[in-house]
Design a protein. Structure first.
Length: 162
């Protein structure tokens, strides 16, 4: 396992947000972009369940919600719709993801978003002590304690969305 120790710090909205909150984290740089969740986990010395995915959904025009899910778990659209009290949602397009999060797909994270957005989290996100999330920078992950992520996010909605 190789930890990324940059000559110049990787700066993203996520790392700046964590720095402002004085929340500890480590950065990990993949030698090459991982081709699977399993490969990413292996290179980080983690299990797939420790990698947190941030998936942006759209309901109606310009109403977005970010759903956090651990590892390979599948989001239950039915449970998300029921929680939101809506009958239809769709995954945000690539351009919507960039516009709403200022991140590319595969680097999205719930920290330092440019505008307030509703965040839902599956309970699985907080079952492992250590987790990793996207940093907003391709090939670089943020590794941190799940309790610290929860503290950084403040008021989020945690339920069974799997």
């Amino acid at each position: 396992m190789m930890w990324y120790i940059p000559c110049m710090p990787v700066a993203s909205t996520a790392t700046r947000s964590l720095d402002q909150l004085s929340i500890p984290y480590r950065l990990f740089e993949h030698p090459h972009p991982p081709e699977s969740l399993e490969q990413a986990a292996h290179e980080r010395g983690q299990t797939p369940g420790q990698i947190i995915r941030s998936i942006l959904f759209r309901h109606e025009q310009e109403y977005f919600v970010l759903v956090l899910m651990a590892g390979p778990g599948q989001i239950s659209w039915k449970r998300v719709r029921a929680h939101l009290g809506v009958s239809r949602i769709s995954m945000a397009s690539e351009s919507e993801v960039r516009e709403v999060t200022r991140c590319e797909i595969g680097t999205v994270n719930p920290l330092g978003l440019p505008h307030p957005i509703r965040i839902l989290s599956d309970v699985s996100v907080f079952t492992s002590e250590e987790i990793s999330i996207g940093s907003g920078v391709r090939g670089v992950a943020i590794i941190m304690k799940s309790a610290d992520l929860r503290r950084a996010l403040g008021k989020i909605e945690v339920e069974q969305f799997c």
